[in-house]
Design a protein around this ligand. Sequence first.
Ligand code: IVH
Length: 701
Amino acid sequence: MTDDLFSYRKEPDIGTRLEQLREQVRYHNTLYYNDDAPEISDGEYDTLFKKLVELEKQHPELITPDSPTQTVGTTVKSKGFEKYTHQVPMLSLSNVFSREEAGEFLERIYRFLGKTPDGSIALVAEPKIDGLSLGIHYINGELVTAVTRGDGFEGENVTANILTLNTVPKRLPAPFPPHVEVRGEVYMDKEDFLTLNAAQEEEGKKVFANPRNAAAGSLRQLDTTITAKRPLKFIAYAFGYVEGDLPNNPDSQSGLKQVMEHWGFTGNTPSKICKTLDDMMDYYENTMTGRPDMTYEIDGIVYKVDSLALQERLGFVSRSPRWATAHKFPAEQVETVIEEINIQIGRTGVLTPVAKLRPVAVGGVIVSNATLHNEDEIARKDIRVGDTVIIQRAGDVIPQVVKVLTDKRPTNSQPYTMPDTCKECGSHAVRKEGEVARRCTGGLICPAQAVERLKHFVSRDAMNIDGLGNKIIRDFFKEGLIKNPHDIYKLSETNETLEIPIEKREGWGELSQKNLFTAIDNSRTIDLHRFIFALGIRQVGSATAKRLARHYKTFKDLRQALTGMKPTDDNEAYQDLIALDDIGPMMAADMIDFFAEQHNRDLLELLEEEITINPAEDIQVSDSPIAGKTVVFTGKLEKMSRDEAKATAERLGAKVAGSVSAKTDMVIAGEDAGSKLKKAKELGVEILTEENWLNLVKINV
Ligand code: IVH
C-alpha cells in the first residue's frame, strides 16, 4: 500500500493508530489521483481524513512531515494542483486521415496565402508523440514553472514533478531570453511502461491501459517521490510564451528545434522537410513502417509550415493553427455485435441513434457505444440490432460503425425504424422536409432537452462549471434541484432547505459540496462570448458567439438589438447583424426567435441578477492602424486570399463586415469591385487599393 512505514517511540498505541490512518489516506489518495479508481466515496474519504486531522491535533508531537495532512495540505482532495493561466493558449491540432485530406490541408495553405501550389512552401514533418502536452517556463534561464495543458487556457502547475525528469534541463545555457516557455510532450517509453505495469501487478496495484495513461497517472501525482520513481521523459517541439529574442533569431521551425537542442532538450526526430504531398506521404509511410521499432508510442505525423513568417500569416482557426495539422495513423478496427439501438435526445431535440455494443477493446480503451448519426445513415448501411459489425475509433472521436458483416446476420433480423415519438416526453418526433434530423417537438416540456441544455450551459467553452458533471446534472434535474440555468446559482440556497443536504448524500462529502459551490461561484463572472455560447441558441457556436460579443460589446446591447428585431431590408439593426461575417438570415432568424420567447427573456432577467457578464474588450493591438475600425473587402485580391485578408484584419483588431453602410470605416477594393465600391463612393467611405492595404498592415508578399 505505501512505500515507507515509520515507528514512534512515544505512545505506541496512538502512534500505531495514526500511522494506520496515514497509510489508509495515502492508499486512497493513490487510488483517487493515480489510478482514477477510488474505492470509497468522497464522503467516506472526508471522514477518514478528518479523523486523521483530529488525532494529529490532539497529538501534535506525532505529526510527521510526510503525513498526508502535511504534504498536501488539509484540503488535499479539493486542492490538488495549483491552476496556472497560460500566457499563450495551448491549442490543439486539426486532424487529417488520408492522402486526400493531407492534400487538402496543403492546398488550403497555398490558397489562404493567395498562391498556386507550386512546392515553394516547405513543411516539416515529425512524429506525433502520444503523451501529454506540457509548457515549461524558464525565467532568466532557470526552470520556474511547468504547466499541463488543462483546457488549453488554464492548466495545472506540476513543477515539482517535472523537476524529477532528467530529460528536462533545470537551467538553460546562455544565451537565453528573459522569459521563455518550451513546449513538448511528456511520455513514457513502451518498455518502461511494461516494466512499471509488471511492478504494479506484483504489488497488487492497478495496471495502466497504455503508456499514455501511465504517463498521465505519473505526472498527476501529488506525491513527488512517486513521480520521481516513474520513468517519464520529455520531447520538446514548440515555444509558447517568449519575452525577448531567441538565440540567433531563428526564422523557421527547424531553427527553433536547433535552439531547443542546443539548450539540452531532446528534439523531435526524425523530422523531414517536405515540399510536396508525395514528400509528406513518403515520410508518413516510412514512419508508419518504422513505428513498431520506435521506443515510444506515436499516433500520427505532424506537418508544420517551416517558415515562422508564414506561420504568422496563416494564424489560427478557432482552436488550431492553420499552419499545422496531425496526420493520424489509421484507426484500429475491431468486430463486435450491436446489442441494442438507443435514441439520445439532444439539446435542440434532435434524435440521435446510438448503438449499444458488446464491449470490445479498441486502441487501448473499452468501447461499448457507437454513434449511428441519423436514420439515413442507418438505412444506407442497413444497420440492425443483432448485427455483427466492424467498428473503428479514430483519435478521440466517438467510435463509428464502418460496416455490417451481413453473412453473420441472424435470420430473424428486422430493418431498424426510427421512433416517431420522443421516449422522454411522448411528443411527436418529426422530420421536416429537406432535413436529415428528426426532432422531438416537446420543446420546453421535454426533460431530455432540458438536461442537454443544462449540460451545454455548464460545458467547457460555455460557463465552464467543472463540478457539474453529466450525472450530477441528471440527478439534480430529476430531483427538481436544478431545472434551468438559474437554479444552478440558487443551489447553495436551495441546499439549506433540503432535508438531506448535498454533502450528506452518497458519493458526496463536505469538501466535494464546497468544491461544487466554489465552481459555481467562479462562473458568476463570465466573458460575454462564453455567456452567449452558453445560451445554446441554435446554430450559434463558439466562433459566432465571439463575433457577436466583439460586435455588440455588452449583453445589454445584444439583447436590446435582438429583442423584437424585424428582419427587413430597411431595418438598420438587422442589416447590421447580417452584415457580420458568417452570419446569415437563417442564423439571424434563430437568434431573433430565441429572444422572442418570453420564457427565455424571463430566464435571462433572472440570470443577470446572479452573474456579471464582462463586456467584450476591444482587441488591444499596439501600433494597429485599424483597431476598432469596420472594414469591408470587395473585388478580387491579387496578393493574398480573401480569407487571409479578413483574418489579418481581425487579428489587428478590426471588424470585418460583409456589406457597406454608413458605419463602414474603410473599403479595400480589389480588381473588378462592383456595387460595394460604388456604395462606398456614394457614402464617402475611405477606399484603399490592395497595395494601400498591404502597406497599411505592413505585410510583404
Ligand atoms: S505541435 C498549436 N507537435 O498533439 C499546437 N504537437 O493534437 C502545436 N503533440 O496538444 C502542437 N506531438 O500535445 C505538436 N510533434 C508534435 C506533437 C504534438 C504530439 C500533441 C500536443 C498537442 C496535440 C494536438
